[in-house]
Design a protein around this ligand. Structure first.
Ligand SMILES: *Cc1c(COP(=O)(O)O)cnc(C)c1O
Length: 453
């Protein structure tokens, strides 16, 4: 009988992160200021510790993981790779389905991988407080945990709709010792401005980012930390894909498709980038990014320079974007409500190295419930997008009798999302239309900025 799960020992945990930059099909697009000039390390120094700024643009393919970081992440790493036998049986598919479970981390998702690394570099460079944003609360809880470990204070601007929908995530952050504010707040200039125009604003990741960036930029002892999108965040997340590679080798598998959901793109990037080199060499492996229909940056956005945040405080990046002032509907997959996507993931989408698809939330919850009933693990609403896509592919295999190997990035558990499950189970979960007119409007506000050479 083939294995139910493939577990690596602690000593088999990767010693270095994989940096895709030297292997990209074309040079990395630079970050810009509003006048089109290129942002350099000195411009980023008020926001990030120097080591992370170096990693952001590093030409090195392998970057060693510090011992202090390994010591913590090995608490839950390497994460297990499971074979979803019961789901396969239920779907009557000849496909072999695997899922790598990042829900085993202390905060319940993949985000803890980068949170620990980022807190470590901040601590090492004398920072005493980190300000950040959080959508559903996954990133905030990961960073709160990591900050507590290194004795740093943590201030979290939490998107208001999630703050209200998901009180347990807030309580978890507070339990780890963080200070949590519903964003937009009156604590920042950008927050006050937004509330003046729209007192009932439910917030967005773009707004919360602006608030956290302003907080860091206006306090000397404080730096900012981002849970996704940026190159160094994806770098830290490649530990998932590197472990997956070893695990698939042990299982004797060559994956046909690797599927992961995309918010800012660090989960997808971290999971799939270690497989991009073989794809570029001509392998027909499919790397599939899944996003919500209500926030479809990769499938409906434009590949253009745009602000990373609503308040135009963050650098301008070339990425698939719906426009920096697009506020997506309040879907339960709060972690997927970002108007843009990582520049690295965007470039690979533009070059057709990866593919992207989108689903509304009801079919995703249906897939999540089927997964829970067969495999027992309860997926986060974000994760359910990858599961839905994998199930659809496995059903195709059942029709064509193809024995494909499908791997799912199980990015996190849904134990704090039971209100959303309750709404789904009682038939009350709304499916938002694709917000075409709102996106059209936001796309009109894209800045016309190109790099000044
Ligand atoms: C944040 C989150 C995502 C999205 O991650 P990105 O790296 O921003 O794309 C996916 N799944 C879970 C469980 C999350 O918490």
């Amino acid at each position: 009988m083939s294995s139910n799960k493939i577990i690596l020992s602690e000593s088999e945990m990767p010693n270095a992160w994989y940096n895709i930059i030297p292997d990209l099909p074309s040079p990395m697009t630079p970050y810009l200021k509003p006048d089109g000039s290129i942002i350099g390390p000195a411009d980023l120094a008020p926001l990030f510790p120097m080591e992370l700024i170096k990693q952001e643009v590093s030409p090195e393919r392998w970057i060693e993981i510090p011992d202090e970081v390994k010591e913590i992440i090995r608490i839950w790493r390497p994460s297990p790779l499971h074979r979803a036998f019961n789901l396969e049986k239920e779907l009557k598919t000849p496909a072999r389905i695997y899922f790598k479970n990042e829900g085993v981390s202390p905060s319940g998702s993949h985000k803890t991988n980068t949170a620990v690394a980022q807190a470590y570099y901040n601590k090492k460079e004398g920072v005493t407080r980190i300000a950040t944003e959080t959508g559903a609360g996954q990133w905030g809880s990961a960073l709160s945990y990591a900050c507590k470990h290194f004795g740093l204070e943590c201030t979290v601007y939490m998107v208001k709709v999630s703050y209200e929908q998901k009180p347990y995530r807030r309580i978890l952050m507070e339990t780890f010792g963080a200070k949590v504010h519903p964003s937009p707040t009156k604590l920042t200039k950008v927050g006050r401005e937004i509330l003046k125009n729209d007192p009932d604003c439910t917030g967005s990741l773009g707004i919360a980012i602006s608030e956290a960036v302003e907080d860091a930029a206006t306090h000397d002892d404080t730096k900012y930390s981002l849970g996704s999108v940026l190159n160094h965040v994806i770098l830290h997340q490649t530990i998932m894909g590197l472990e997956l590679k070893k695990q698939l080798q042990i299982a004797g598998e060559k994956p046909d498709m690797i599927i992961a959901c995309v918010g800012g793109g660090s989960n997808f990037g971290g999971f799939t980038f270690p497989f991009v080199a073989e794809k570029l060499k001509g392998s027909n492996i499919r790397l599939i990014a899944v996003e919500p229909t209500s926030c479809p940056s990769l499938t409906k956005g434009q590949y253009r320079y745009d602000y990373g945040d609503t308040g135009k405080m963050a650098p301008i990046a070339k990425m698939y974007t719906l426009g920096h002032d697009f506020v997506p509907p309040g879907i339960h997959a709060g972690g997927l409500r970002y108007h843009g996507a990582s520049p690295l993931v965007s470039m690979l989408k533009d070059k057709k190295v990866i593919e992207a698809i989108s689903y509304p939330q009801n079919p995703c919850f249906e897939a999540a419930v089927l997964f829970a009933r067969t495999e027992g693990f309860l997926p986060a609403p974000e994760t359910s997008h990858a599961i839905k896509a994998a199930i659809d592919e496995a059903i195709k295999c059942a029709k064509t009798k193809e024995e494909k190997c499908i791997v799912i990035g199980f990015s996190g558990h849904g134990h704090f999302d039971l209100t959303a499950y309750e709404r789904f189970l009682s038939g009350k979960l709304e499916d938002y239309e694709y917000p075409e007119s709102k996106i059209e409007k936001a796309l009109k506000n894209l800045p016309n900025i190109e790099p000044k050479m």
